[in-house]
Design a protein around this ligand. Sequence first.
Ligand code: HEC
Length: 502
Amino acid sequence: MTKKALISLAAGLAWLLLMLILVPGSGRPSDFSLFLGRFHPVAVHLPIGILFMGVLLEVLSRRWSRLEMPVLVLLYAGAWTAIMAAVVGLYLAQGGGYDTGTLAWHKRLGVLIAIAASAACALKAWPDIAQRPATKQEGHGYLASVGALVLFVALAGHMGGKLTHGDDFLTRYMPDGLRALGGLPDKDDIGMLQLEDPTATSTFDALIAPVLSDKCESCHREGRARGGLALDTQESLMAGGDDGPVIVAGRADESALVHRLWLPLYADDHMPPEGSPQLTVAEAELIRWWIDSGASFEVMLTDAEVTPVVRSILDSYGLDEIKTGIFALDIAPADSNDIAALRAVGVAVTALAEDVPFLQVRCTDVDVCTTDDFVRALRPVARNVAWLDLGRTNVGDNIFGIINDLPHLTRLYLQQTQITDEGLTSLEGLEFLEYLNLFGTSVGDAGVDHLADLPALRSLYLWQTSVTDSAVAALQAAAPNLYINTGLSLEPVVTEEPEESE
Ligand code: HEC
């Protein structure tokens, strides 16, 4: 190893320190900077591997002194590659989107690795260069620099893992025993919401606040409100940012906050910015739902009106015990003889889900459900029927006689049947009805007029009915959260012509 080599290494270090000052930490990086930056994850493996070999040979060289020279070469190469990796790292950091605290430490450690490797290299070569081979063993300074090097590489690697993979990267698949020692929950409980008392928690506190705090507040809080937006208090959340309010209660589709979550990742406005830990689809869905249902801080989890999507998200969080709608009711399961009798009439009867007392009933024959036998067989299980599918059958208005006696009906399919406006007037008592399909019926304005009064109704299908645009508009105004499908958007995908069901 020559003096020249050491001087070039010193120059390399000086360059790195200069770049540390010159490459701005944030702002709009050029595409070329971003291009360079993307080499960091590949480049870091060079110094790690090379320095690891160097340290390994250093240990072995205590026995076999022939290995001395390779150690020196490896330290030299390690120092240079560390400098290069650190420089491209500065460009990568410029792209933004990393947790700033972790990033600052990772940067410092990266620079320290380059310094420690250079120092180790210089201290190793020095006795040779100064022509004092008599003092064969290197001094304490050398050993200290190698020790520091190992420590810095381990720490920087850990921080780097945290930046790209999140906090739990190392512990995610750790055996439960070890996890318990570290005070972590069992692996099976990861992703489960741990609520002290789910029945006494507001939807916001249980489902929304933790997401904002995990994924947004590093950049959006009092004192560090990017875009003028702080998300750490209820007041600041509702106050909005530089561009005004980010939440329109009841209208997720008009809320900037929701809009940004669902933008494609590469879009400049996407939140959290690319590179930051992203929301899961479930989390983004929950935020959308919370805003759509009024963005309230008070509504309790148990009182929330849960959509089917949210229902399955709650289940996946282990919140199956939070019951809403008909599932909160204590209903006895239907008698199996009654179910058998109903099936004997010729309709399909299945449980709505495992371990729930509710049934879905489907007419598979166009005429069976018009018969008295059907009505008679349905009565004993009336409290258990949640979904009733009469679509494409010959039923007419007299079917409403029995429909009105199904207190827990949530979905009703009447598409392409003979029902009319007259029959629809009698739906008013169905307090749990969420879904109503009237596609291809002769229903008109008079029939849908009072559907706005159905408290739980969320989806209404009116394609190919004689309901006018103005009646749809009036209904929408009266029930803003109701999804009304008039078929326009569906038209290209439907290939089948509605047929006369006579
Ligand atoms: C790594 C930092 C960072 C994270 C994490 C982050 N943001 Fe942002 N956010 C910004 C920056 C910077 C801006 C301003 C530039 C812009 O408007 O895109 C901004 C702006 C916004 C705005 C627009 C504010 C206004 O009125 O102009 C919204 C809304 C927003 N963020 C929502 C979120 C949400 C919700 C999350 C969490 C899911 C989040 N952000 C996470 C950095 C971040």
